[in-house]
Design a protein around this ligand. Structure first.
Ligand code: ATP
Ligand code: MG
Length: 253
């Protein structure tokens, strides 16, 4: 039976969809059977990030409303044969209940080892619907106080038996080394939840999801699978004399 994990974080734009997509790719590269499920209904873009938008014939709403079987809606990834994407629909006004989505997830969970659920921003009905389908949550947070505050509120909204793990995204090692940005460890301690991963700010993410720092995502996937706690080090390269030089170069870039 699949581990059902919602990728959430409260604040918009912190990287929930990016983490969902890249973590799915990293898990599939480890040969796990993974389904990425877009529950950001109306503002969905997981299909775009995963570059499958041209292949969408049916979506989650078609499955919920019995116009197709789940297997007709999910799309196999072009590079990773054990990775699938269940696209969502672009019509925000579709009323889909928690029970309907849970039923779909229930029909799929025996076919996958991991179901990663991309959650909408906020903590309202869309959030509740996504969270209700999962047993675990990955809280994506950036090293900014506004994001940490929203992540903290999100944790408080999660029901008691949801396992909570935290991923700090968009860490700039140069700014952490110069004391201008919160470190990932400060964020973990502010949230008081289990640390799952650290992801660097990476310009490639914006261009192509498959090009971004796979070392950090591999570490994240490995921690998720094994329960280990190895963190990607974005800061050490910016420490010491050479680090100072790198910081200067980065600042002027
Ligand atoms: N580590 C990173 N380095 C650089 N850019 C990033 C990183 N993570 C995410 N981004 C960029 O930030 C933007 C927002 O990311 P994403 O769509 O994943 O956020 P989100 O939390 O899913 O947003 P929403 O709340 O709107 O669903 C995107 O342009 C993405 O490419
Ligand atoms: Mg998103």
């Amino acid at each position: 039976m699949a581990r059902k994990i919602v990728v959430t974080g409260g604040k918009g734009g912190v990287g929930k969809t990016t983490v969902c997509a890249n973590l799915g790719i990293a898990l599939a590269r480890m040969s796990h059977r993974v389904l990425l499920m877009d529950l950001d209904i109306g503002l969905n873009n997981l299909d775009v990030v995963m570059q499958v938008e041209d292949k969408v014939v049916f979506d989650l709403v078609d499955v919920v409303e019995n116009r197709c079987r789940p297997s007709q809606a999910f799309i196999q990834d072009a590079s990773e044969p054990t990775l699938y994407v269940m696209p969502s629909c672009h019509l925000a006004k579709r009323q889909i209940s928690v029970d309907q989505i849970k039923k779909v997830v229930g029909r799929l969970e025996d076919n996958f080892e991991y179901i990663l659920i991309d959650c909408p921003a906020g903590i309202d009905s869309g959030f509740r619907r996504a969270v209700a389908c999962a047993d675990e949550a990955i809280i994506v947070v950036t090293p900014h106080l506004s994001s940490v505050r929203d992540a903290d509120k999100t944790v408080a909204e999660l029901v008691g038996n949801t396992v909570v793990n935290v991923v700090v995204n968009r860490v700039r090692g140069d700014l952490v080394a110069s004391g201008e940005m919160l470190s990932a460890f400060e964020v973990f301690s502010l949230l008081g939840q289990t640390a799952l991963g650290v992801l660097p700010e990476n310009d490639d993410v914006n261009c192509n999801v498959r090009k971004c720092s796979s070392a950090a995502f591999d570490m994240l996937a490995n921690n998720l699978v094994t329960g280990k706690c190895e963190m990607y080090d974005c800061v050490t390269p910016y420490k010491g004399i050479f680090g100072k030089l790198r910081r200067k170069l980065k600042r002027n870039a």
